[in-house]
Design a protein around this ligand. Sequence first.
Ligand code: PHE
Length: 338
Amino acid sequence: MSLDAFLSELGQLTTDATAAFSAAADTESLESARVEFLGAKSGQLKTVQKGLGTVDKADKPLAGKSFNETKQKVEAAFEEAGSRLAGSAIRQEAADFDPTEPGRRTRIGHAHPITQTIEELKDIFGRLGFNVVEGPEIEDEWHNFEALNIPRSHPARDPLENFYLATATRHSDSPLLLRSQTSTVQIRVMENTPPPVRIVSLGRVYRPDTADATHYPMFHQIEGLLVDKQVTMADLKSVLRMLCSSYLGEDVHVRFRTSFFPFTEPSVEVDMSWHGGWIEMGGAGMVDPNVLRAVGYDPDEVIGFAFGLGVERLCARRHAVRDIREFYKNDARFLHQF
Ligand code: PHE
């Protein structure tokens, strides 16, 4: 092949390839033009390259140099077409953008309904002048039972009714357990504070109950304790009624049913009437003199009331949740509603 013929093939290739690349309107047509001209197996550039071998030996350096230049030109034209298409995609996107459309809302989480309830109850009791205190979830038998006037023989201390910690006896003589009630905090506070006392404590308690619509092996209680010189059950009832109407937002009635707890005397079950039905909310009563003595208070000097209510029940009642297990499934569709 003569040098002229080879050079003219190169010229033609440059013209054709450049035209094809700049005509490509989308990435697919650019890709097929690339295969056609720059394809590694049978692209036109490859075909023309084969002619290089047939050029006269004396003309080879010039032919080779021209071939390389052509190759660079064609490749540059391809690159340029690529950036042109990318640019137009961005421009298209910008043209499609409608600043008057409502934005896409970022989904951020929120506090769990039980946590929301706890915060709200703390607020309500804060306004009534109660301090919020916390107690440990791992307890000893003194705070969970003994000081609360629950003797060793009491069925509530049965290992089958509690989560005793298997390893706990290693370092201390008193077995440890996950607290079964927040009444433990009454003891902890009174042991460290002289009367008067006005506290609430909200937290988890643990009981080996089978989970059903109203039970769960872990749940939350709100414990209240008020100790002063003159306290009556009427005060207890007023406080509970205030709590219920503040939390449920309506005029709720509170009913006391006689009951028994070792740490209160008299003891009552607390029911609330709301939207026409009575629901049991927890227990309450006047602090038993034995409990006051156990923490070093003088039952002839001070008197108090205490109550313990289920947080899940309050929350479920307010939001008409039928099954408290829903709170612990972590199904976002359920939780988003609160
Ligand atoms: N601790 C009791 C329970 O868990 C509730 C209670 C608290 C009763 C305070 C009386 C006084 O069932």
